[in-house]
Design a protein around this ligand. Structure first.
Ligand code: 8DG
Ligand code: MG
Ligand code: MG
Length: 150
């Protein structure tokens, strides 16, 4: 077949915070199938990190984020060399909260890519976590404001 140049791609994902909980969904994907991951996806040409986070969250969950309260938390380098199709992501992790309070309900708008979204207490995260997220949690990373690790 045709050879396609393998290049690193940029992903933007969101720690959407509600109280002590974050929004996670179980992936349906060749990368990290069945693991719990944050909402997010590929940065499109010309987009800001904030625009990408707002768009991906809306596409995947229907939720509206408060644009003024979005913050960049960290960036990690993730090489998925074990996958059938190797991939490499530079992943940008944003923090956000819902617009207009906490009463919006997440919808599973891409059911072929995700089993469904739910809120999980940071102190009681589901398993298995998607590897890039698990790596951060194990290193002591905490996405909440005023946490010791921040
Ligand atoms: P798109 O077509 O909507 O742009 O892409 P997507 O289908 O939403 O892509 P994705 O797999 O959800 O996200 C792109 C990549 O981001 C994923 O293959 C690996 C990287 N990534 C991480 N950590 C996380 C995470 O916690 N959640 C998500 N969704 N992606 C993550 O490194
Ligand atoms: Mg997406
Ligand atoms: Mg996605």
């Amino acid at each position: 077949g045709t050879k396609i140049a393998a290049v690193p791609r940029v992903a933007v994902v969101v720690f959407l915070l509600r109280g002590k909980a974050v929004l996670l969904g179980r992936r349906r994907s060749s990368v990290g199938d069945s693991t719990f991951a944050l909402p997010g996806g590929h940065l499109e040409f010309g987009e800001s990190f904030e625009e990408c986070a707002v768009r991906e969250l809306k596409e995947e969950t229907g939720l509206d984020i408060d644009k003024k309260k979005m913050e960049l938390l960290t960036v990690t380098n993730n090489v998925f060399s074990e996958q059938p199709k190797p991939s490499h992501y530079v992943t940008v992790f944003m923090r956000g909260v819902l617009a207009d309070g906490d009463d919006q309900l997440p919808q599973n708008l891409e059911p072929t890519k995700c089993d469904g979204w739910d809120w999980y207490d940071w102190a009681n995260l589901p398993e298995p976590l998607f590897w890039p997220l698990e790596k951060m949690v194990k290193s002591g990373f905490n996405p909440f404001p005023n946490s010791p690790q921040e």
